[in-house]
Design a protein around this ligand. Structure first.
Ligand code: GLP
Length: 246
């Protein structure tokens, strides 16, 4: 079931941060699924200055959705380094509380299997933050993905490499492969909060929330999950017709 809130970026960040901290405060957030990319940034920006966030999240383990193959934890463009800068360091958290697949692993397939086993042993995260790719991807599950799969290695769609080139010094430095939680992994989260901002996400969001469940739009699995909150700005929500705004 999807609940939609049409809100600006900053309010969306505050809303998600509040949800995270409220759950941490009542002891129902032992595992938090963290996303990288610009959509999740307002959430970390809202958590960072919060006076209680570091204390409340000190006992929560964060699990990354994905990581680039070839970028080790010390590479500044790795998702581990990004989440360390945006989430772990500002809150003064123990770096061991951030779990990520190792992009520099010698055998990426084995590393994906290891990460899936780790998440499975955990039983799924309590709250998963998600962005959505302009092509409907979640994590790095590109169109055509197995809608029930576990963590695995993917070849990135050219559209995704182009979209993410802004985070790299040069477009050709964007890796071609990534490790990602599978859609099955993501759907084990008890609660999902999806953030989407800007016109570039409007089509993907409409197809995800109002179109048929299809591997062509990996995010189209979300309406089948029991507890999804979508925080979208007016531009990203502009092509939604059936899902009423709350
Ligand atoms: C990226 C990431 C996703 C992210 C999505 C949206 O490629 N792998 O985890 O949620 O695509 O990115 P952004 O929020 O920067 O638009």
């Amino acid at each position: 079931m999807v609940t939609l809130h049409v809100v600006g970026r900053e309010d969306a960040g505050a809303f998600a941060a509040d949800r995270i901290l409220s759950r941490a405060a009542v002891g129902t957030l032992s595992a938090l699924g963290v996303a990288t990319g610009s959509s999740a940034e307002p959430v970390y920006a809202a958590l960072a200055p919060h006076p209680d966030a570091g204390r409340l999240l000190a006992g929560t383990t964060a699990y990354a959705l994905d990581e680039y193959v070839g970028l080790g934890p010390d590479h500044p463009d790795s998702y581990r380094a990004t989440l360390t800068r945006q989430y772990v360091a500002p809150l003064g958290l123990d770096p061991a509380r951030l779990r990520t697949p190792d992009g520099a692993a010698a055998d990426p397939d084995a590393e994906a299997a290891r990460y899936e086993a780790e998440l499975r042993a955990r039983g799924g995260v309590d709250l998963q933050l998600l962005g959505i790719g302009a092509n409907g991807h979640i994590g790095f599950n590109e169109p055509g993905a197995d809608l029930a799969g576990g963590a695995h290695v993917v070849t990135l769609a050219e559209r995704t490499r182009r979209d993410n080139a802004r985070f790299f010094a040069r477009p050709d430095l964007v890796p071609h492969r990534a490790l990602t939680q599978g859609i099955g992994t993501i759907l084990r989260a008890t609660e999902i909060v999806l953030l989407a901002f800007g016109e570039a996400k409007a089509d993907a969001l409409a197809r995800a929330l109002e179109g048929p469940r299809t591997a062509a739009v990996p995010a189209s699995v979300l309406p089948g999950h029991p507890a999804v909150t979508v925080l979208a700005d007016a531009a990203a929500a502009s092509r939604l017709t059936r899902v009423g705004a709350a």
